[in-house]
Design a protein around this ligand. Structure first.
Ligand SMILES: Nc1ncnc2c1ncn2[C@@H]1O[C@H](COP(=O)(O)OP(=O)(O)OP(=O)(O)O)[C@@H](O)[C@H]1O
Length: 441
């Protein structure tokens, strides 16, 4: 935790700092740290080759969408969407209902025409319009597989025949071998002769996955594939599907409004708002470094508390926050710099439940005003002395009654601060959130 005694260690060296606030002001861009080249690396025989390959991968990704615009009649639904995926990566569009996720996926599949923008897959431009067609490459020729919300299985065909459906150009022997391989992959070998209605929802979902994977698609598109399953099954199945996609090195895009599903399955998650990808990043980056209050609110739980800039740090009801740099000094000690706002600037600070540690020995206390039992943990809603509320995740053997005071230790080193003027609404209460989701549904 920071407090005023830390101020001595503050170094006004903003150049090397992690520039979260500047990042937040940038327009959303494709952020892919994994494949950035390293310009100062000494060039040896093999490293030159590696560098070349890395540059090639970064500048010519396996799958890319650039400035995609899609609409219906007078309405633009997907508005300048850009992303890249390397081969074998799993991406995800996450967003409230109606934000354009399915439309974006359908445009990638070629089922909706794009108004502008480029979609490239495996060195092929799919979007150049020809004189006669609105797509350079017709949907059926894109080499994409799809798994739909309702699985769209053929009820009159056996599981094996469903899986073989897209293999009509394969020889009988190859087809048989591929179906057996897919059945084994999704662990349904003993159900090969059953009809879909004899299977559970989760098993049907795996048949749909096997059918989509059987022809070895260049890109797999999954549209809310778990939404018909109960919540408990969803997360475990999402992990199971991720395992299968990774084993087959399948590049895939998932559409969902469920962040647990997105986090369990995807390498890169794009939070969509009104047809735009506001941030495209790993699940961890989205959670810990949201680019805007909208992303912060949509991904994970938390609270926004008030702060004010004073001499380069933020004063809050939980203590002072100093801007920590990503680099440490030569002794391994963290370095700090100043926030780039004038004195007196009102600030909002994102505090996650894991930023507030319960500590019986702490002199700082908060009032328990609500709690939700989550098995291993309680999620406590805590009121600070000035009336603001924060959340805290506490092991469930710490059972504190509503109305009691508990000791807290705020860990404020990794919080995200937002200039208050950039926030449209500070609506962090569960009521506001569920209300908004209900309105959007
Ligand atoms: N065929 C269509 N014709 C006209 N408008 C459409 C059509 N399909 C979708 N829309 C509209 O486009 C917007 C985006 O729809 P889309 O299905 O892409 O959203 P979504 O984010 O996938 O939502 P959900 O999570 O509810 O499926 C919505 O306002 C929807 O009403």
């Amino acid at each position: 935790m920071n407090d005023s005694s830390d101020s001595k260690s503050i170094k006004a060296n903003s150049l090397k700092a992690k520039v979260r606030l500047e990042d937040a002001k940038k327009s959303p861009v494709v952020q892919d740290k994994m494949h950035q080249t390293q310009p100062n690396k000494p060039i040896e025989k093999n490293s030159a080759l590696i560098q070349e390959t890395e540059t090639d991968i970064a500048s010519n990704p396996y799958f890319s969408v650039q400035d995609l615009v899609v609409g219906y009649d007078d309405t633009i639904v997907v508005n300048g969407l850009s992303l890249i995926l390397q081969q074998g990566e799993i991406g995800c569009f996450l967003g409230y209902s109606g934000c354009g996720k399915t439309t974006a996926l359908r445009a990638i599949a070629g089922l909706e025409p794009s108004r502008s923008g480029t979609i490239r897959l495996n060195n092929q431009n799919l979007t150049d319009k020809t004189a006669r067609n609105s797509f350079a490459v017709a949907p059926a020729k894109r080499g994409m597989g799809m798994v739909f919300q309702d699985y769209a299985l053929f009820g009159h065909l056996s599981v094996a025949k469903n899986i073989a459906f897209g293999l009509n150009k394969w020889s009988a022997a190859d087809k048989k071998a591929r179906v057996a391989e897919m059945l084994s992959l999704v662990e349904l070998t003993e159900h090969a002769d059953k009809r879909p209605n004899e299977l559970s929802g989760g098993q049907q979902q795996r048949v749909a996955l096997a059918r989509a994977l059987a022809p070895k698609p260049k890109l797999l598109l999954l549209d809310e594939p778990f939404s018909n399953l109960d919540v408990v099954l969803r997360e475990s199945l999402a992990m199971n599907v991720r395992d299968i996609l990774k084993r087959t090195n399948t590049t895939a895009i998932l559409v969902t409004h469920d962040q647990n599903e997105a986090f369990a399955l995807a390498d890169k998650v794009g939070v969509m708002e009104q047809g735009k990808l506001v941030q495209w990043a790993t699940p961890s980056e989205l959670y810990h470094e949201p680019i805007s209050p909208f992303v912060a609110e949509f991904v994970g739980e938390g609270a926004m508390i008030d702060g004010i800039i004073k001499e380069g740090h933020v004063e809050t009801a939980l203590g002072n926050i100093y801007r920590r740099m990503e680099v440490c000094d030569e002794l391994g000690q963290p370095q700090y710099c100043e926030y780039d706002y004038p004195n007196g600037t009102p600030i909002k600070v994102l505090v996650r439940p894991d930023d507030i540690i319960h500590d019986d020995d702490s002199a700082r206390t908060a009032l328990v005003i609500g709690r939700v039992f989550r098995g291993a943990n309680y999620l406590y809603r805590l009121q600070l002395d000035d009336g603001q509320t924060v959340l805290s995740l506490v092991a469930s053997h710490h059972n504190h009654e509503i109305g009691s005071h508990i000791g807290i230790l705020p860990l404020l080193e990794h919080v995200v601060v937002f200039n208050e003027k950039e926030i449209n609404a500070t609506t962090w209460s569960e009521y506001d959130r569920s209300q908004r989701m209900a309105e959007n549904n």
